[in-house]
Design a protein around this ligand. Structure first.
Ligand code: NAD
Length: 430
């Protein structure tokens, strides 16, 4: 296949997330028979679209911001990945996230490649109408450059983008192409073609993986005896807390960017959800809850630490202080490569992002199928299929780790890389 270079930016700019990713590829290749010349499939994205977009502010001024779409690899299917609005979204970050999407889709065996989009902006400084105007400008500019399409590249929500933003983007896209095409974007509101169960799919997918792997690592400890601390109380973290609590696990601490709550025996998650709604934070002082910092939460003596906030939360300087036996990465890249090594030496099990948070893209795939067939699946059916995919993928990663005597992260990389290499070879790509 002929790959069009929309722009060829240097890939040698030093930047941690992409450097980390390249290092992880090398570690995985060294554990298996993957030849080093195959690594170039993964180290260079197929296409980089980098542009400036303009949109109108409420005061009539025009604002210009940087915008990206990276299409990493489509040997297993169309590019797939979210769009984030964040002040730190730069090319290196978007590139690393697009690359991880290729591997993530391969690990859970859904027929997509990897892509990612970003707009370098702090949306907290914009009004709702300004965010709509920016969302439409992003999709318009990229669509006019031929980026998106239901068989080509399918975006979705990511940090600071929502079903509402997806609805605006779909509307703008369809007004340009002149036909209805709901499968060009996922994570939409259910009323306009979104899938039931998509809103909590990342956290539920992570929960299914965790439950399956706990049988291997925590000797069938009962949920009521299993303690959990969760960093991040947004979409992924709060939904995970609710699910774990419902299934009888002892969630003992949660936090957000403003601090955390450490509960005496077990947190009342619906109470903390209400506290968050009322005060903007989960950090609350009461008779049986004490306020803790995010650093303190990370270092709590719990069975499971769920990372659902930022990348780089566990790093070389705090990895040694982590006491949890198992870490679940619901966020993308929350454990740095240096921390990973320290944790591995300590015997901490890290369930890697490309497995742990793949539930979101899995239900996005279900949404894409539903849109293409004009069908709508019942919520129970979505959840049942999600569970099947996640449990099977967790088992595959676990067996690969045992076979190669390596970490779950390296095993997930080996699985994903081999599937992508095979697809490239079958297509005769060099
Ligand atoms: P979100 O914006 O809804 O929530 C993020 C949470 O992290 C908020 O509670 C915020 O207060 C908290 N936070 C921010 N800075 C923090 C800090 N320094 N310390 C502690 N908490 C902090 O985002 P989300 O959708 O829940 O995504 C969280 C992570 O999960 C991101 O890395 C995202 O890429 C990843 N992820 C999310 C999905 C999904 O479907 N939502 C899918 C795959 C991966």
């Amino acid at each position: 296949m002929c790959v069009t270079k929309l722009s060829t930016k240097s890939t040698t700019v030093p930047n941690k997330p992409f450097e980390n990713y390249l290092e992880l590829l090398k570690i995985a290749a060294a554990k298996t028979s993957i030849e080093s010349d195959k690594l170039k499939i993964f180290s260079e994205p197929d296409n980089i679209f980098e542009t400036n977009i303009e949109f109108k502010l409420d005061n009539g001024e025009i604002k210009t911001v940087k915008a990206y779409r990276v299409q990493h690899n489509n040997s297993r299917g169309p590019y797939k990945g979210g769009i984030r609005f964040h002040q730190d979204a730069d090319l290196e970050e978007v590139k690393s996230l697009a690359s991880l999407m290729s591997l993530k889709c391969a690990v859970v065996d859904i027929p997509f490649g990897g892509g990612k989009g970003g707009v370098q902006v702090d949306p907290k400084n914009l009004s709702r109408t300004e965010i709509e105007s920016m969302s439409r400008a992003y999709i318009r500019t990229a669509t006019e450059a031929g980026i998106f399409g239901s068989n080509k590249d399918i975006p979705a929500p990511d940090v600071n983008t929502s079903p509402e933003v997806m609805a605006w983007m779909l509307d703008e896209y369809e007004s340009i192409v002149g036909h209805s095409e709901p499968a060009m974007i996922t994570g939409k509101p259910v009323e306009i073609g979104g899938s039931k169960g998509r809103s909590y799919s990342t956290s539920h997918g992570g929960f299914f993986v965790l439950e399956h792997l706990l049988q291997q690592y925590l000797d069938d400890k009962l949920p009521a005896d299993t303690t959990i601390a969760i960093q991040g109380f947004g979409n992924a973290g709060a939904e995970f807390a609710t699910k774990a609590h419902k299934h009888g696990y002892r969630v003992v601490a949660v936090s957000d960017s403003r601090g955390g709550s450490h509960c005496e025996h077990m947190c009342d998650i619906s109470h903390l959800n209400n506290v968050k709604k009322e005060t903007g934070s989960v950090a609350v002082n009461s008779s049986n809850i004490s306020i803790i910092t995010n650093d303190e939460l990370l270092e709590l003596d719990v069975d499971i630490l769920v990372l659902a906030a930022l990348d780089g939360a566990v790093h070389a300087n705090n990895a040694d202080k982590i006491k949890a036996k198992v870490i679940l990465e619901l966020a993308n890249g929350p454990v740095t490569i240096k921390a990973d090594k320290i944790l591995e030496e300590k015997g901490t099990v890290v369930i890697p992002d490309i497995l742990a948070n793949a539930g979101g893209v899995t239900v996005s795939y279900f949404e894409w199928i539903q849109n293409r067939s004009g069908d709508q699946w019942e919520e129970e059916f979505v959840n049942q299929r999600l569970k099947e995919v996640m449990v099977k993928s967790a088992q595959n990663v676990f067996e690969t780790a045992n076979h190669h005597d390596c970490s779950l992260r390296t095993a997930a990389f080996i699985l994903g890389m081999n599937k992508i290499i095979r697809a490239s070879e079958l297509r005769g790509r060099k």
